[in-house]
Design a protein around this ligand. Structure first.
Ligand code: ATP
Ligand code: MG
Length: 416
């Protein structure tokens, strides 16, 4: 057996201290905001049958073709650690007959796994918050979902991130656009990047969001979806944008925004840091913080009845980077036992404070003479020291005491 200590898996993170506080702040804020919008909480399995993702996302997508953690279990079944939430939630909707709750608004958060090249803001185990509206075909669902995302970012104090919005049209619009893009890119095929050449026939929309310098010269002149939109798709998009305006959500049109997955229809969007902003500086090239869209075709690809739906997901780590490290909260009180005869009194006060809702911790180990200095280093509103002094005073309180002063004083007076 090797004596070397094991290393963490590449692309995983051990999040601690003020970074963990920022992470928790994102999750807590999300939980609060999703309740305001009356999204119900769901808990999803961390793994699913591989086909759940392969059929939902499409075989040609980056996620399915290169990024999934798939393995055969001991029964020989191919399973995959979830690379995203939507496919699993769609599967659960069908498995459990959640049609009865439609339109169903659900929210969840947790870890996801993608085999990517780890770098700043990009990990192999990362975490998302996720919100979905299933069984709602009206543009109002898109508006509500986007208003929730916008409010969440505001409540996180992230002001320099803007909604980039596009429509991919309905199936006819999207297919016509796709065919036109294949023609357009085929003519310049040998000048495109290798990735884009591979995508050309199977997933030409993806070429539009290529960041490869070989592709860039051809992107600006590529045909835009607007030329192919059916009247219905155009009206849908107009209803989404007017709803956003009414809800006070700022947005910009992003004609090349396509999103990576096959299942998107109509609305597609990303929240991206504004150019030159603090958030752009913090995130570097990993710039999308929240993304999603409408996936009306997904349930059918899983063998269910046609069910319109729209959703988004945001990387918790990326949001936490924008929030910045957050201080761990000060304790209301730190209790130090400088005289071991007073230990039980100290334990009693500690319990009383906590059950009154005050945060408190106790220092009662190590050399008694060193305990006071140890306790003083802990950020706290009050430092309560248990001593027996010459004057017979059982206890000293230092600091501003904060709100818990009264509780401590009553303890001194009554012992309760
Ligand atoms: P990207 O273009 O950055 O690869 P994506 O389109 O693959 O993003 P989605 O699948 O839409 O991302 O996931 C939504 C959000 O999840 C992203 O906007 C990002 O905040 C976060 N995210 C995605 N992949 C990772 C990762 N490997 N590490 C950390 N966060 C991630
Ligand atoms: Mg990706």
């Amino acid at each position: 057996m090797s004596k070397k200590t094991p290393q963490a898996i590449r692309g995983t993170q051990d999040i601690f201290g003020s970074d963990a506080e920022a992470f928790a702040f994102v999750v807590e804020t999300f939980e609060r905001v999703r309740r305001l919008y009356r999204f119900r909480r769901v808990e999803m399995p961390v793994f699913e049958k591989t086909e759940v993702f392969a059929r939902s996302l499409g075989e040609t997508t980056d996620v399915v073709s290169k990024e999934m953690y798939s393995f055969d279990d001991r029964g020989g079944e191919s399973l995959t650690l979830r690379p995203e939430f939507t496919a699993g939630i769609a599967r659960a909707f069908l498995t459990n007959g959640w049609q009865q709750y439609a339109p169903l608004k659900v929210a969840t958060h947790g870890p996801l796994f993608r085999y990517e090249r780890p770098q700043k803001g990009r990990y192999r185990q990362f975490h998302q918050i996720d919100a979905e509206v299933i069984g709602a075909g009206e543009p109002q669902a898109d508006v509500e979902l986007l208003a929730m995302a916008d409010q969440l970012l505001k409540e996180l104090g992230i002001a320099d991130v803007t909604l980039h919005l596009n429509t991919l049209g309905d199936v006819e619009s999207r297919d016509a656009w796709r065919a036109a893009l294949i023609d357009y890119f085929r003519a310049v095929k040998d000048q495109l990047s290798k990735d884009s050449q591979d995508r050309l026939e199977k997933n030409p929309l993806r070429i539009l969001d290529s960041k490869d310098p070989r592709d860039k010269p051809f992107l600006a002149d590529a045909l835009k979806i607007d030329a192919f939109l059916s009247d219905e798709a155009r009206a849908f998009f107009a209803a989404v944008t007017s709803g956003l305006d009414a809800a006070g959500v700022k947005w910009v049109r992003a004609e090349s925004l396509v999103r990576g997955l096959d299942y998107y229809r109509h609305t597609a969007f990303e929240f991206i840091p504004d150019e030159g902003s603090a958030s752009a500086a913090a995130l570097g090239s990993q710039s999308t913080v929240l993304g999603g869209g409408r996936y009306d075709g997904l349930m059918e690809s899983l063998g269910g009845a046609a069910t319109p739906a729209v959703g988004w997901a945001a990387g918790i780590e990326r949001l936490a980077m924008l929030v910045g490290a957050r201080e761990e909260a000060k304790a209301d009180a730190v209790i130090v036992v400088e005289n071991d005869e007073r230990l039980d009194d100290a334990i009693s006060l500690l319990g009383k404070l906590r059950s009154c809702g005050f945060s408190a911790e106790m220092i009662a180990s190590g050399s008694p003479r060193k305990r006071f200095d140890k306790a003083k280093k802990i950020p706290a509103h009050a430092l309560v020291s248990f001593v027996v002094t010459d004057e017979g005073s059982p206890m000293r309180i230092m600091g501003d005491g904060g709100e818990c002063h009264t509780a401590v004083e009553s303890f001194i007076l009554t012992g309760r």
